[in-house]
Design a protein around this ligand. Sequence first.
Ligand SMILES: [Zn+2]
Length: 400
Amino acid sequence: MEFEYWWLLAFPLFFSLGWLAARIDIRHVVSESRTLPVSYFKGLNYLLNEQPDKAVEAFAEVARLEPATVELHFTLGAMFRRRGEVERAIRLHQNLLDRPDLEEEQKWLAVNELAQDFLRAGLLDRAEHLFQELLETDYRPSALEALLDIYVQEKEWQKAIDAAKALATLSTRSYQLEIAQFYCELAVSESIHNRFDSARAYLATALKENRSCVRANDLLGDFEAAQGRHEEAVQAWKRIETQDPAYLSLVVDKLVSALRQLERLDEGTVLLRDYLNRYPTMEILDAAYRLILEREGAEEAYRLVRDVLRAQPTLRGLDTLLEAQLLEAPAERRQDLQLIKNLVHSHAERLAYFRCDSCGFRARRFHWRCPACGGWESFPPRRSEEDGTRDRSGSNFNPG
Ligand SMILES: [Zn+2]
């Protein structure tokens, strides 16, 4: 009886094997798999089981046993780099490049991979050299992008401008914003050496590249003020209003000091009241409060803060309001008020930070280029408490 059951089971098996054999050249599959070392299948297995460490070692073994497998070497090199084993990746790609049997296409692929390795390892000079070789190949767009990145890291601003302009011809992006920022960087380095004329010329070019480049007017005001040309400084900073009034927050204190130098603080109070009406930010409120306190007295200053705070209640506004109250308070209330003010002040300070729109990086100081993600103009010019946004992720915070 058992014998008959075996037959029943074996029949469909033989049938399906025959069906398979008709469609796949079994001999070919067998001979293919025989030419691949066992480590190859081990590697695949590790990959499927999400054990990349063991997979890399298994593939490295294959590459050692089967030096002819060029594609595998490329895969392995990319894996090394991704895992941070940059030295191994460099050695592998250098060995590939030394091979005389490499086809033209493979050679440039290897050069590109090696350049990426150097970039990752921070060996910028060597990476730059290889990416320049790639400019005449199909890798031109990615090589230009990498070169732009390198020039920015090395603060080689003129080269960065050339790379960005070349990239703009290849893509739909204009790179205007970045190019204007690079001209601003050139202006900054000129001003450090007191070459204000050429610094000004760079700023004019920055504005020609990007009319909305606020930084160019901000810097122009700084340079004019540094040379005692306060009227010109005031004019430069005022122009920011036509570009993007949100950025007035960044220059309002400087505006007041320039007007003080010109002995035109009356004009300053009118200007700040007007700004405050139209763009009520904390920085403008702070500056207006101090100036009105100085020019018109404590009561007038208190009224100003109270009106703004009613329209837009913020912690920093409350902080300023308490300060104004303290000045007017009778002696017996002063101690309590001071206590509350200190509490509010430390809380407001803790919450007031600039925050990168691209990566969420937070900083006390405003940055034109995010120190974390390298994005240009990614910081909005107001501190985040005013936007009502709270960072719940507890992510990267830089008190600097
Ligand atoms: Zn960022």
